[in-house]
Ligand binder design. Structure first.
Ligand code: BTN
Length: 251
């Protein structure tokens, strides 16, 4: 079913929601709304993004009618900010499970993958007034029927409908995803959230390469950092892109 402002409003009431047929980036709109005093849980949704933002300064494609591009405005306590990224990955992962996707997992820190291919991206952006946290925008981009064939992402990305082999109602998907965001938001700061994120990570125990660090992905900590054994030294990684590596024996 196509998105319209009425359908979105109806599916998400009483949540405060703004829908755009086409926008630059839902995160950008949500950041402005947050600064103007948006309520907790307010969402910005777009059918198409023309300058979607990805992690680490990259861009993110949201072609019309083919994906979910959602930004949720949250007001967490400052000590739990680092868990927002875990919350996003968990909410997506739960939604995929509920829709029947098998073989999905979280690649550190927050890429949700199906059979090793990225299906979703998570981009939290915090807004500060000096050292006071105004809030966080949690951006979620989920490929529903994006066609990656013939693109450079052909072998590394996947869409939900391709993974399931059946069509998916994007309104139902959106409502389910936001329910899951609410669920994990209620558990922010609790050990259960960290433990769930940790247990769904596919990265731990693997030989990885992250920037200049190469070695065994040993563990994660409550701040979301990844600890990797590199040349006999345990290195702490706060952000980055993980690639699978080989050990000194080429395995
Ligand atoms: C990544 O690089 O993995 C994160 C991608 C996050 C994309 C989503 S789509 C909705 C929201 N608005 C944006 O501009 N980006 C995020």
């Amino acid at each position: 079913m196509e998105f319209t402002a009425e359908r979105i409003q109806q599916a998400l009431t009483p949540r405060a929601a703004r829908y755009y047929e086409r926008v630059g980036s839902t995160n950008e709109v949500a950041l402005e709304w947050l600064k103007m005093g948006a309520p907790d849980g307010a969402v910005v949704i777009a059918d198409e993004q023309t300058s979607g933002r990805g992690r680490l300064g990259r861009s993110w494609q949201t072609p019309p009618g083919a994906a979910l591009a959602v930004s949720v405005i949250l007001h967490p306590r400052v000590e739990f900010v680092s868990q927002i990224t875990m919350l996003g990955a968990l909410a997506i992962h739960d939604t995929l499970l509920r829709f029947g996707v098998k073989d999905s997992g979280i690649k550190w820190p927050n890429d949700v993958q199906v059979n090793g291919r990225k299906i979703c991206g998570v981009l939290p952006e915090a807004v500060w007034d000096g050292d006071r946290l105004l809030g966080v925008v949690l951006g979620l981009g989920l490929n529903v029927r994006v066609d990656f064939s013939g693109t450079e992402l052909e072998t590394t990305a996947i869409s939900l409908e391709a993974a399931l082999g059946r069509p998916v109602n994007r309104l139902e998907l959106l409502a389910g995803l936001l329910d899951n965001v609410d669920h994990w938001y209620g558990l922010l700061g609790r050990p259960a959230l960290f433990e769930a994120w940790k247990s769904r990570l596919t990265t731990l125990g693997q030989m990885v390469v992250v920037g200049e660090v190469r070695g065994l992905a040993e563990r994660v900590d409550e701040t979301g950092a990844l600890w990797v054994w590199d040349g006999g030294e345990l290195r702490c990684i706060l952000a980055g892109d993980v690639a699978l590596g080989t050990d000194e024996h080429g395995h």
